[in-house]
Write a protein that binds this ligand. Structure first.
Ligand SMILES: [Fe+2]
Ligand SMILES: [Fe+2]
Length: 186
């Protein structure tokens, strides 16, 4: 069966949700007053910066969404505009988490709480964002983007991975697996 661009993006959503599960466990630990090493927090943040934002959101923003515009779905005032705004909102939470971890490293007391607040917002944002893409926007893409164009998009995805990701994508998935071994077995 023909593999569609939205299949690739949905698979990436599964990986992103796995890291959100880890982040939820971290949030719970912070709630219980447990100390978390800044290195672990940095690994999680890096995954969201590299895998979620650079690899995944790039494919959506630069390749899939413009193809949806080509078939008449407007960028502004509709679902694409909402998705773009949510990507920006996510970037702000990630930036705040980075800053909070820097403060945490310097020993500032409230920094872990600041990290947690942004992490909670980020999880909630991405959960519903992924749901809307999986169930609404990607259906529009499957139905309206002609098959020949979908094949071209698949090619662009592959080209992008080879050009930009340089193994970084795989490296991030390995980090995810190691964090799962560490945090899901407890
Ligand atoms: Fe998205
Ligand atoms: Fe997505």
């Amino acid at each position: 069966m023909f593999l569609k661009p939205t299949d690739i993006l949905k698979d990436e959503h599964v990986e992103i949700k796995r890291m959100l599960t880890i982040l939820n466990i971290i949030i719970e630990k912070i709630n219980y007053g447990e100390k978390i090493s800044p290195e672990v927090l940095e690994k999680i943040i890096n995954f969201f910066r590299i895998f979620t934002d650079r690899c995944h959101h790039w494919k959506e923003e630069k390749i899939l969404f413009p193809s949806l515009e080509e078939v008449g779905i407007p960028r502004y005032g509709g679902p694409i505009g909402v998705m773009l705004m949510e990507h920006e909102e996510g970037r702000r939470y990630v930036k705040n988490m980075v800053e909070a971890v820097e403060k945490y490293r310097r020993g500032l007391e409230d920094a872990l709480g600041e990290f947690k607040e942004n992490a909670v917002n980020y999880v909630a944002l991405l959960d519903q964002h992924i749901y809307k893409e999986d169930n609404i926007l990607f259906n529009l893409a499957d139905q309206h983007i002609p098959l020949s164009r979908q094949e071209e998009i698949m090619h662009s995805f592959k080209e992008f991975e080879e050009r930009e990701s340089k193994g970084e994508h795989e490296k991030q998935l390995q980090i995810l697996k190691r964090l799962e071994v560490e945090y899901l077995r407890e």
